[in-house]
Design a protein around this ligand. Structure first.
Ligand code: HH2
Length: 414
């Protein structure tokens, strides 16, 4: 599942294929601590600090001998790499490297490494693939129309049909009230409405499929009738609920487990040719906040998302069909969430639109002390940061405020 940290049987063991490669843009203040964490030698830190202007590439899961040879190759081409200082010290475990250089220099690596040993030829191909994916246009195709054509970012309005959602549970339980709220969000400018009938707040219990479908379908049917042109998404982890929703007119599926909780989900969306949001979450909502831990949050989340993307691609899905989401608040500490928003370029380099949902979440309460009903300023701050770092969809409770924020932020050069 995690493409860059060894096989599940041997966690941490290096692999000679399936490296976890992603774009990483380090701000000046981040460079030294980041490179020191990679256990790079002092000389390498100094040399890299001078060469790290644009975004680089992090690659995880290398044989240490490959890392040393990669650095020599890249330096000869005019770039540099942060690699562990001593090959011996790391001989029995996989290492991560950071590759710095212009787009041109990094783009030559597939050729320069094509006959190299220790899995480097494969890594070179993956670097080429990473650069190609990072540069391709983002698409989200619903009923034959690319929603992202000519648009930098879309707004997904949240419609919770639950008694227990963390911010608005119980407010839209009555189907006519829920449908009216959906219509109001569409009127305010929501590009997509996301209907959810099972809360995923930390500690929440799963709801049986019949109960979830019973809450969802009347509202979905009403909205399909009153808003024939609207894009209706359904937030569910169950393929049976998703299938009933698609039969009732839903346009896309948003799965917070990225198809992990129900193996029938990805094949269903592939077969029905509807877009699927693959969100990152460790574990399940009931237990996900019990001591979450990451050693390299950005690398691990990106690698795990890549595993889900690969599964969806193997099922026949591709650009236009998939959206990825780092899963703000799902099995993460506050610092994991902020670093993921800050380094959105990493999951974005998987080549699919990135959705971010920080709306009213406890992260904002943790940072500001604000109760849930007063978290709009923090929500807009995080969503603006996400947009500037390449988010293509924002999942929000407060549509009108985001339409204004988006109009202003989108006026800034991309
Ligand atoms: N967050 C929530 C639910 N679904 N889906 C995606 N793709 N991304 C998210 O960040 C996300 C999501 C949680 O928010 P909410 O729906 O308001 O709460 P609850 O799960 O309690 O209904």
């Amino acid at each position: 599942m995690d493409a860059g940290r060894g096989t599940p049987e041997r966690p941490g063991a290096f692999r000679t294929s399936g490296f976890n490669c992603f774009v990483l843009a380090l701000s000046p203040g981040e460079r030294r601590p980041y490179l020191e964490r990679l256990e790079t030698g002092r000389g390498a830190v100094a040399s890299l600090m001078n060469r790290m202007d644009g975004p680089g590439i992090q690659a995880d899961g290398l044989d240490p001998r490959a890392a040393a040879l990669l650095r020599r190759t890249l330096m000869a081409a005019g770039g540099d790499a942060a690699v562990p200082e001593s090959v011996d010290r790391f001989a029995d475990k996989a290492v991560a490297v950071y590759l710095a250089g212009s787009r041109d220099v990094l783009g030559r690596l597939p050729f320069l490494l094509k006959d190299a040993p220790y899995g480097l030829a494969e890594l070179g191909r993956e670097i080429g693939d990473c650069l190609r994916r990072a540069g391709r246009p983002r698409r989200l195709v619903v009923r034959g129309r690319d929603l992202l054509e000519g648009r930098r970012c879309l707004i997904m309005g949240i419609l919770n049909l639950t008694p227990d959602s963390f911010s608005d549970g119980g407010r839209y339980l009555a189907p006519d009230r829920a449908a009216a709220h959906g219509e109001a969000m569409a009127e305010e400018g929501a590009d997509i409405l996301d209907l959810g009938a099972e809360s995923s707040r930390p500690g929440s219990e799963p709801v049986p499929a019949e109960e979830e479908a019973g809450r969802l379908l009347p509202v979905l049917v009403a909205l399909r009738a009153s808003l024939p042109g609207a894009v209706l998404s359904v937030d569910t982890t169950k393929a049976a609920v998703a299938e009933a929703a698609l039969d009732a007119g839903a346009d896309m599926i948003n799965d917070i487990s990225a198809g992990r909780m129900d193996p029938a989900m990805i094949p269903l969306c592939a077969r029905r040719r509807v877009p699927l949001v693959l969100m990152h979450m460790r574990g399940v909502p009931k237990t996900m906040q019990e001591e979450p831990f990451y050693r390299d949050t950005v690398g691990e989340v990106t690698g795990e998302l890549r595993g889900r993307v690969t599964e969806a691609e193997e099922a026949g899905m591709g650009p236009g069909d998939l959206v990825i989401d780092p899963g703000i608040g799902f099995g993460k500490r506050p610092r994991d969430n902020t670093v993921l928003i800050h380094h959105l370029e990493a999951p974005a380099s998987l080549g699919y639109p990135v959705l971010v949902g920080a709306s009213r979440k406890s992260l904002i309460g943790f940072l500001s002390g604000a109760p849930v009903e007063e978290r709009l300023p923090g929500t807009i701050a995080f969503h603006t940061a996400a947009l500037l770092r390449g988010a293509s969809i924002l999942r929000v409770h407060d549509v009108k405020a985001h339409v204004q924020a988006l109009a202003c932020t989108s006026a800034l050069p991309a």
